[in-house]
Design a protein. Structure first.
Length: 439
């Protein structure tokens, strides 16, 4: 007499990433079936690890959920291992599945609420979507991803805007700013890392948001592909103070003190039409100890919606202790936070700091926190700005970890073959109180 058909086992994903010492690492679902036998009665175990130094069988947890089971791993060390997951069914028949697992190293400079956003390693801009969720862009694709800000794991939803933008390569999205249900996004506008002009990077575009939280939906609305030329013409007409023509010349790489690279975008106080462009490079003037540069675009709404030539207000120069702008974000009370970092290319050793500001030209920003090296990656995005007058105000930041060697094998995260192994890190930081504060 036969024992009937063999059981079947299916994993919700074939690959999983975790981190040594992390809290709240994501898991994968395990679904098991056998004809004539309730799935809840089937036995599920992990029987082997190809690299016990990274994770042993006993480091894997399988817990029952309403939908079946969930597998999580508590790794011992950085690296890779293949985990064999087995189901034993009625009559002793078995089936197995293999989970490719990767563990990044323990963070040497831990921060509160550390979480890992998987599916992409190159987070470059974030916009609050409400309800505890954020829209996150990356500079290696034209995909927007919606994440739960409180959890590690994959995006809830994704939108690939490449076709709508009419481009085949990445726009190099570096910043975003929200006004009502419209989000403005900008590419870096500069050359690529080899000093070559790539037209796709000269793109500013808008999307419309409907809903909020996990129900957020995103629709492309319009794009403008001439802002780089408008900026060069404006600077040339004003004596080439910032060297935009030279910074965009053939062969000029963007991440130099005299380069050309936009990484911040936010609206001026009380305005829905004047946008502040924050520059990673150049500094102003382009010498060590120079000031960070903001150029106001006074008709950004007409520029993107109707293709109008950009108009500019007087440039704003801010003393950020020799650092430049990596992100720029404000809240509804027009309180700004500036994420400051180096214009240079080495995110793993560069200093970072947070400054508050009131958005008024001529008013000085105030340092609110020195940030640890992101380890790995570089701090790149401010999700939302809290009330900066509140004692113990905290802000969530996200890294671009695309150039990081996450798993110790010399592979940059952006080049990993499985999107589940790509990830950026988010963490919360407490801001120092300052006398007088900002409104």
């Amino acid at each position: 007499m036969t024992a009937g058909p063999a059981p079947a086992i299916t994993l919700s994903a074939g690959y999983l990433s975790g981190a040594v010492g992390a809290v709240g690492d994501p898991g994968v679902g395990v679904a098991v079936t056998q004809a004539g036998a309730p799935g809840a009665l089937l036995k599920v175990t992990v029987t082997a690890s190809s690299n016990p130094a990274v994770a042993r069988v006993g480091d894997v947890r399988i817990e029952r959920t309403r939908g079946g089971r969930e597998l999580t791993v508590h790794p011992r060390a950085q690296g890779y291992t293949d985990l064999t997951v087995e189901v034993t069914g009625r009559g002793g028949k078995k089936a197995t599945a293999t989970l490719g697992y990767a563990a990044s190293a323990r963070v040497s400079t831990p921060a509160a609420g550390t979480r890992y956003l998987t599916g992409s390693s190159d987070a470059s801009a974030a916009v609050d979507a409400g309800g505890g969720y954020a829209l996150v862009a990356d500079d290696e694709s034209n995909v927007l991803r919606l994440y739960d800000r409180s959890r590690s794991g994959a995006p809830v939803k994704t939108w690939d805007l490449g076709a709508a933008l009419g481009v085949k390569k990445e726009v190099d999205i570096e910043a975003g700013a929200r006004v009502g249900d419209t989000v403005y996004w900008t590419g870096s506008l500069g050359n690529n890392k080899d000093g070559k002009y790539k037209a796709e990077r000269n793109t500013v575009f808008t999307t419309r948001i409907s809903g909020s939280g996990a129900a957020t939906e995103v629709t492309f609305t319009a794009a403008y592909k001439g802002l780089r030329e408008d900026l060069i013409a404006w600077d040339t007409a004003h004596g080439n103070r910032y060297g935009f023509a030279a910074g965009t010349a053939a062969g000029q790489v963007p991440k130099r003190i005299d380069g050309f690279n936009v990484e911040g975008l936010e609206f001026a106080p009380g305005s829905t039409t004047t946008a502040y462009l924050g520059f990673r490079a150049p500094l102003a003037p382009a010498v060590p100890g120079g000031k960070a540069l903001i150029v106001p675009v006074t008709n950004i709404d007409q520029v993107v919606a109707k293709g109008a030539e950009a108009a500019f207000g007087p440039a704003i120069e801010l003393d950020l202790g020799g650092l430049s702008i990596r992100d720029l974000r404000k809240n509804a009370a027009d309180q700004y936070l500036i994420l400051a970092g180096s214009w240079a290319a080495d995110d793993n050793t560069d200093p970072y700091a947070l400054y508050s500001w009131d958005g008024v030209p001529g008013h000085a920003p105030k340092k609110r926190a020195d940030l640890p090296t992101a380890d790995p990656g570089g701090w790149e995005a401010v999700v939302a700005v809290p009330d900066l007058r509140a004692p113990g105000a905290r802000v969530q930041l996200i890294t671009d970890s695309g150039s990081a060697d996450l798993y110790g094998d010399g592979t940059e995260a952006k080049d990993l073959g499985h999107p589940e192994w790509k990830k950026s890190r988010s963490a919360w930081f407490t801001l120092r109180s300052v006398r007088g504060g900002h409104r």
